[in-house]
Design a protein around this ligand. Structure first.
Ligand code: B4P
Length: 190
């Protein structure tokens, strides 16, 4: 199985690149952000609780997102592999993901980490806020909170995967296709 952690700060291009990877490698795309947004749209209790945190740029509790990923893994027992987009975001999430994959006799193959400077991230997200109306992309203070959450709680995960020789860092500035080509090369050389 090919299991990819697609990593990077908000606005780095994770969702954008995931669209190419799922087609090229026939993988299942699991984006915790997308799952949470669909819970919000359906007005579930989980969605209503998550919305308060997401609208302020804060992370949703670990147990909530771990439960979501667990149920998606159970729903897809025969997949070629998964792209984890926006998950894990904390050490606890990373450890639980390892346990869940271990139960399926598999593991993370690679972490693809997109690096983009804060100024570019803010520019991209404010633009998406205008184009899509996404609540957490509309306000620079909320975007800054998301970047801070990433720097404090999520960046340490690079070390978690670096220690396992799974971390690959890629410059996330450039055309979408240039970046997609770089990701493909890394995967093809695994
Ligand atoms: P996510 O949905 O994961 O949102 P994101 O970090 O903004 O990344 P996304 O994938 O959508 O954007 P992309 O970089 O592709 O998370 C949203 C919220 O959900 C979090 O703040 C948190 O509250 C909650 N959450 C989600 N997962 C969680 C977890 N595991 N634990 C706890 N809480 C969790 O693209 C951004 C923009 O850049 C797009 O408009 C795109 O068109 C543009 N872009 C992409 N590539 C580009 C390029 N090369 N050049 C120029 N623009 C580009």
């Amino acid at each position: 199985m090919l299991n990819i952690v697609l990593f990077g700060p908000p606005g780095a291009g994770k969702g954008t690149q995931a669209d190419f990877l799922i087609k090229n490698y026939n993988l299942i795309h699991l984006s915790t952000g997308d799952i949470l947004r669909s819970e919000i749209k359906e007005g579930t209790t989980l969605g209503l609780e998550a919305k308060k945190l997401m609208d302020n740029g804060l992370l949703v509790p670990d147990d909530v997102v771990i439960g979501m990923i667990k149920s998606q893994l159970e729903k897809n027992p025969t997949s070629n592999g998964f792209i984890f987009d926006g998950f894990p975001r904390t050490q606890k999430q990373a450890k639980e993901l390892d346990k869940l994959l271990n139960q399926k006799s598999t593991s993370i193959s690679v972490m693809l980490s997109l690096t983009v400077d804060d100024q570019e991230l803010i520019k991209r997200l404010l633009k998406r806020g205008i184009d899509s109306g996404r609540a957490d992309d509309q306000n620079e203070n909320i975007i800054t909170n998301r970047i801070n959450e990433y720097n404090i709680k999520t960046t340490p995960l690079k070390d978690y995967y670096r220690l396992q020789n799974k971390l690959h860092e890629i410059n996330g500035i450039g055309s979408v296709s240039e970046i997609a080509n770089k990701l493909n090369q890394i995967i093809d050389n695994l």
